[in-house]
Design a protein. Structure first.
Lengths: 114, 116
């Protein structure tokens, strides 16, 4: 049973427009959420995170929004650039037996067209 | 340069022949973990270690072993590889076991394993 779901396997966006990647979770014990970006032939790299005490975190062109009541978070990329083309993984974690082992979604492949 | 180093990057082996994928980090991280990535299944955790001599199973531990004798190294051992272990493997580390959430992981570049 997937606790972290990324329901869109892929997303295609024009350069300069906004990219919105969505993630839903089911475990109400999750209280930290992270986004990772992965290029082909490379390991995932940490992009941005948010804790459950916030509803928004911004870092340059990247903003993550958290809606706890809906158990939903989203990553906004504005403006999108061709270099943003990658697979994006959502991850969630929470205290479970004293550890914060993250659970990953299956990823969304973003393609930004020039 | 702070990094997680995995070796080899590519490996083709035959069923039943024991192999080890090495992982080393130079950031003095306490927490290390192994993941496998398969099409449509995302990243699934195999084993993790919260510190030296402390390891535990992740979501898909069957067919794998790990050890953590030193803080920097966390090898993944396949005692008798089978074709269903053909996958892309990632090692990751984090500042602390709680830091997996707060600080984010640093991932290695991956090992593509094919078992025939």
């Amino acid at each position: 049973d997937q606790q972290v779901k990324q329901n869109s396997p892929s997303l295609s966006v024009q350069e300069g427009r906004i990219s919105i990647l969505n993630c839903d979770y089911t475990n109400s014990m999750f209280d930290y959420f992270l986004w990772y970006k992965k290029y082909p032939a490379e390991g995932p790299t940490f992009l941005i995170s948010i804790s459950s005490i916030k509803d928004k975190n911004e870092d340059g062109r990247f903003t993550v929004f958290l809606n706890k009541s809906a158990k939903h978070l989203s990553l906004h990329i504005v403006p999108s650039q061709p270099g943003d083309s990658a697979v994006y993984f959502c991850a969630a974690s929470g205290s479970s037996g004293g550890s914060y082992i993250p659970t990953f979604g299956r990823g969304t492949s973003l393609i930004v067209h020039p | 340069e702070a990094q997680v180093t995995q070796n080899p990057r590519y490996l083709i082996t035959v069923t039943g022949k024991k192999l080890t994928v090495t992982c080393s980090q130079n950031m003095n991280h306490e927490y290390m973990s192994w993941y496998r990535q398969d099409p449509g299944l995302g990243l699934r955790q195999i084993y993790y270690s919260m510190n030296v001599e402390v390891t535990d199973k992740g979501d898909v531990p069957e067919g794998y072993k790990v050890s953590r004798k030193e803080k920097r190294n966390f090898p993944l051992i396949l005692e008798s590889p089978s074709p269903n272990q053909t996958s892309l493997y990632f090692c990751a580390s984090s500042l602390s076991w709680a830091g997996g959430a707060n600080y984010g992981y640093t991932f290695g570049s991956g090992t593509r394993l094919t078992v025939v």
